[in-house]
Design a protein. Structure first.
Ligand SMILES: [Zn+2]
Length: 255
């Protein structure tokens, strides 16, 4: 088989997964564990495909969500505040149920509920965010000391090893699609969190133009667009305000 053709013919940066969409999400303690449960399903589970053009929306929004959660929630789901839960639920309403890990399916079997374990969601999000920080250090030559790997002055070689270790746990399956001729296939992920990690994997495969941007004003991750590739959405909105303030400061320092 000609591998060049293989890569050309298949959308290697396009991932699919089955997504549950609900109109409402809330936290619920089931069997002494905190779950986020979806109610009022909008439709049946459906196969969603994330193409190259929209490939970073899921990823960037999850990275941003992680930054907005209370510090130290990794490994400590009891630290999640009401505001954290609200943020997670808001994300779910916008994008769908993020986690469908098999362990969480127990509540479906036992109680007929659709949801995911808050602790495993936070831990998987932490794993993706760790990859993102490593990617920033290795690929963007990050100098921001808020980045753990920059602050601890960990070498690029070591960071590459860490990144490889995290990425090797990526779980993508090939699902043949015989509905078209010649047959093609989907790169199937278990859920949206896995799609986000796969998208980050392809950011690492990219050699020049990355899709995830790091805002020059506040350092937040955002999906790069042709029109805007330096500022996140929030800073884009306050751009003129900030430049006016800067001018004012310059003026007052001149006087
Ligand atoms: Zn910003």
């Amino acid at each position: 088989m000609n591998t060049d053709l293989f890569v050309d013919a298949h959308p290697t940066q396009c991932f699919s997964c089955i997504v549950n969409n609900c109109s409402e999400y809330k936290s619920e303690v089931i069997d002494n564990q905190l779950f986020i449960v979806g109610t009022k399903p909008k439709e049946d589970k459906k196969l969603c495909t994330f193409k190259r053009t929209d490939r970073t929306n899921i990823l960037s929004s999850l990275l941003l969500l992680y930054e907005q959660l209370t510090d130290g929630v990794y490994g400590h789901p009891e630290k999640l505040t009401g505001a954290d839960i609200e943020r997670i639920c808001k994300w779910c309403i916008a994008y769908g149920m993020p986690a469908e890990a098999s362990g969480d399916a127990d509540i479906w079997m036992k109680y007929g509920k659709v949801g995911f374990l808050a602790s495993s969601f936070v831990n998987r999000l932490h794993d993706i965010y760790t990859c993102y920080l490593l990617w920033r250090k290795v690929y963007l030559h990050d100098t921001d000391i808020r980045n753990f790997y920059v602050e601890k002055n960990i070498s690029d070689e070591q960071c590459i090893e860490f990144l490889k270790f995290h990425m090797m746990q990526l779980n993508i399956k090939l699902a043949p699609d015989f509905s078209v001729s010649p047959p093609t296939f989907f790169l199937m992920c278990d859920d949206l969190l896995e799609v986000a990690k796969a998208q980050l994997f392809f950011e690492c495969m990219s050699t020049d133009s990355y899709s995830v941007g790091v805002c020059v004003a506040c350092g937040a991750p955002f999906p790069k667009k042709r029109k805007n590739n330096t500022l996140c959405e929030a800073c884009q909105k306050t751009k003129y305000q900030r430049s006016r303030e800067k001018q004012r400061m310059l003026k007052s320092s001149e006087q």
